[in-house]
Design a binder for this molecule. Structure first.
Ligand SMILES: NC(=O)C1=CN([C@@H]2O[C@H](COP(=O)(O)OP(=O)(O)OC[C@H]3O[C@@H](n4cnc5c(N)ncnc54)[C@H](O)[C@@H]3O)[C@@H](O)[C@H]2O)C=CC1
Ligand SMILES: O=C(O)C1=N[C@H](C(=O)O)C[C@H](O)C1
Length: 256
């Protein structure tokens, strides 16, 4: 009989955590050994024998949770936002001392979102202007979304590598925030609206034309295949991977 993979969820009573607990519980190859909330001690991960820890908590807690997991020889699959450049650097250096441990930081687990971000980064080489609008439920604590920040970073890197000049913007007179926040120079606008789940549009403009790349998660079920893929794959990807695209082959196959 094949051994089940022991998995623990942090943030298990949150919106995403509860969905992940259900999906892991329904997976025949996974064994949910712990489902922890905010006041449960992290030592439970060790006594439960978790091999993979899934972090779906809050930006203030996630870095310490992942540090604990790595220091105790567990792989981590992280959906929580709040991973600044400094936090990622600290994690990379920690992982340097445990080379067989894998950590996946996935700003978005939905396949469509991962693809939309990749398409937008490619398209951004060819358009003069690019702006991001992300739209979420009003219970979200962070803005801009992790997905929008990641998309902006990838867009900026592609534009810089391709030598695309900064998008022109003649605005001189504005109310604070009217032009959004800048992430690596890319304007990001955050909408919070009851009824929404998680949505993003990348607007690309050139002379006489516009391309809009939009992704919608209508339900948190959209994130679950990516969470399960992360759990099953993380031990095969030692070190730090940022973005689920690191576990996917997004290149087009051979043409017929
Ligand atoms: N990567 C992805 O595809 C997705 C990522 N997210 C991100 O996941 C995170 C959680 O989102 P939601 O579930 O909507 O939030 P939520 O607020 O519903 O859930 C967070 C849960 O974490 C718990 N918590 C806080 N500190 C904790 C700690 N130290 N240990 C254990 N549990 C702790 C809270 O009590 C709460 O139950 C956010 O950062 C969100 O942006 C959300 C959806 C998809
Ligand atoms: O808080 C959410 O809901 C989401 N958070 C992630 C983010 O900030 O990008 C992923 C998705 O957008 C849902």
């Amino acid at each position: 009989m094949t051994e089940l993979l022991p998995v623990a969820v942090l943030g298990a009573r949150g919106r995403m955590g509860a969905e992940a607990v259900r999906s892991i519980g329904a997976a025949a190859d996974l064994d949910l050994v712990a489902a922890l909330g905010r006041s449960d001690p992290l030592d439970t991960l060790v006594s439960a024998g978790a091999a993979v820890v899934v972090d779906l908590t809050v930006p203030d807690a996630t870095a310490d949770n992942v540090r604990f997991a790595v220091e105790h020889g567990m792989h981590a699959v992280v959906g929580t936002t709040g991973w600044t450049v400094e936090r990622l650097a600290d994690l990379r250096s920690l992982l340097g001392s445990t080379p067989s441990t894998g950590v996946l930081i996935a700003p978005n687990f939905a396949l469509g979102s991962v693809l939309a971000t990749a398409f937008a980064a490619t398209a951004a080489r060819y358009f003069e202007s690019v702006e991001i609008i992300e739209l979420h439920h009003p219970d979200k604590v962070d803005a801009p979304s992790g997905t929008a920040a990641r998309t902006a970073q990838l867009i900026a890197a592609e534009r810089s590598a391709a030598g695309v000049p900064d998008a022109p913007d003649a605005t001189r007179d504005q109310l604070d925030g009217a032009r959004g926040a800048r992430v690596d120079g890319v304007p990001v606008h955050s909408v919070r609206l009851r009824g929404l789940t998680a949505h993003q549009e990348v607007l690309l403009g050139g002379p006489g034309e516009q391309l809009t790349i939009r992704h919608d998660s209508f339900d948190r079920a959209s994130f679950m295949p990516g969470v399960l893929l992360g759990i099953r794959s993380v031990s095969h990807h030692p070190g730090l991977t940022v973005g689920l695209d690191g576990y996917l082959d997004l290149q087009a196959g051979p043409r017929p």
